[in-house]
Design a protein around this ligand. Structure first.
Ligand SMILES: [Zn+2]
Length: 116
């Protein structure tokens, strides 16, 4: 269960933003999640409901947007979409180098917030 620390982190960011902008209620949280992320939508929402209770983000809906992961070849700078997890290990489709930098989209980040 690695969803819980993720949710705590997301909630902390959301509450910081909400506080800074004088938000009374957070309605929707648009969350970009890397296509290889194994975060489970249902669990995310469940943990979120639990953790956000009593805060301005209570009852907010998590909207997950799956984005494709990409890699950049360190040898030829070719940027390509990773078709499946582990593709970075098979090397650059252009030059064959296995020195690939992942763009970090295996994780997640908050794309936007809808609030009142
Ligand atoms: Zn390359």
């Amino acid at each position: 269960m690695h969803e819980l620390p993720v949710i705590e982190e997301i909630l902390a960011v959301v509450l910081t933003h909400a506080h800074r902008h004088g938000v009374s209620r957070v309605v929707t949280i648009n969350l970009e999640v890397g296509s290889f992320s194994d975060l489970e939508d249902a669990w995310l929402q469940r943990y979120f409901d639990h953790c956000s209770r009593g805060s301005v983000a209570e009852n907010a809906r998590l909207e997950l947007i799956r984005v494709p992961a990409t890699g950049t070849c360190r040898r030829c700078n070719h940027v390509f979409t990773l078709a499946a997890p582990g593709t970075d290990k098979t090397g650059c489709p252009l030059c064959g180098a296995v020195d690939i930098v992942l763009d970090g989209r295996r994780g997640y980040h908050i794309a936007s917030l809808e609030a009142l």
